[in-house]
Ligand binder design. Sequence first.
Ligand code: ARG
Length: 559
Amino acid sequence: MNFTEEFAEVIVTVIDKQIEKEQVITMIETPKYKEMGDLAFPCFSLAKHYRKPPKVIAQEISKEIQTPLFEEVKAVGGYVNVYLNKTEVSSKILTQIITEKEYYGSTNIGQGGVVTIDLSSPNIAKPFSMGHLRSTVIGNSLGLVLEKCGYKPVRINYLGDWGTQFGKLIVAYQKWGSEGQVRENPIQELFRLYVHFHKEAENDPSLNDRGREAFKKLEDGDEETLKLWKWFREESLKEFMKIYNMLGISFDSNHGEAFYNDKMDRVVQLLEENNLLEESDGAQVVNLEDSAPCLIKKRDGTTLYATRDVAAAIYRQETYHFVKSLYVVGHEQTLHFKQLFKVLEKMGYEWHAGLAHIPFGMILKDGKKMSTRKGKTVLLEEVLKEAIELAEKGIKEKNPDLASKDEIARQVGVGAVIFHDLKIFRMNNIEFSLEDMLRFEGETAPYVQYTHARACSLLRRGNDKIHLSIDKFEDVEAWPVISLLMNFPGVIQQALKDYDPSKIAKFVIELSRAFNKYYATVKILDSNKVQERLALVYAVKIVLNEGLRLLGIESPEEM
Ligand code: ARG
């Protein structure tokens, strides 16, 4: 139920359609102070038409408004301020949530349009970094929000499985590696070899040439080199899958950079046909007006990151016919995406307008960037395991008799890690702290999950008293909770518009707080208002559950 819309409708009738409803909706404001009313309509733009001062118009309009939805209508200066009728609004909202259930807040804004989401995209043979975790959870949540709004998300894990670094890795493996060690501990061993290569190359720069040669062989399809590469990729993907399974995230496509190897000639040809390729120092580049040139082909003929992204974008349009194509990638790649989008625009693709880079900040540990390079990295798998262990400890303290502790500990531990990321606006850096993530009080997933479980427990206990038709809801204490429930659809819209899941995370925290306060003030089961109060509890459970789901977090019924 959207009361702004209802208010607009009333206004439009009263002003005899002087302004279109859509326009009126955008004009309606929320007064700064609650005492001023719940919604306000400014009359200033009507002054010309009525040839009267706005103040007078506001008074006249106020007099004419009559609907059970508002308990008071007041002219304040040039504004028409209305106070929602809490009883009326509450029953409407609760009835709506209870009938629509998890569809409450769903819209069809997207009309089935496909949105591809480039997310996660870790580099094989390297540990899964915190940055990739951010991309994974932000991208996944955006997919869920898009879906809720009627789009069709396609999640693409654009694995970093191609490039000069694989030439180096192959050389390192051939010089210092062993099959057994890689099999035993693939990512760590491959990463060790990679680091070792760089150390050796400091004294022996010719190693770099060997690496480039090996990559050239790879691009030219040399069988022996390809076989090794395939094996490294498979082993890495197996390891990454463990993490994705823990997070409960899956993809529609795992086409990484390598998939585009045979689609690169076409890109170069298209660029040539458009007269966009220029030579620079033996390399092929596209010159751009407002940024550095985009490098397409190196002097030795091998391709680059940007070339593969051009090919991938074209492939995605041809395969999925996306209306939008999002790239959830750290802000340090802003220049890369600016160049990429510009090149596609110059190639004459109209769909370039649907491309968007969704950047995010870093995860810091003690104020410093967590880097993969110097072995300082925190392994994500370890982090998740530790979070789950800590969650289990917390649960055992709170509820020692709980059945299926393992599964619930996983949901809580993983939820905590995801929420810790999503509650902060994505452009801000995040300070990594396991203890903070897992607090049962404060702005954490466990706090919201715990509130949800509390609602479930009330519903179980009051099972026989749940009555799902609420024609009158007169519990004024519940108003702070109800007015939040009422905002949920709007919060989803904002999260969509700004590609910002933190709006939803902040919302579920607020709702949990309001509900817990309510729970502490009134008796629910043991009261003559038990039916309506349980209906409210049920609505809160539905919205918390759906809010968490949109963040990619599960809500256990008990914990
Ligand atoms: N693998 C890259 C990295 O770790 C991220 C890829 C992002 N996606 C893209 N289409 N370029 O830096």
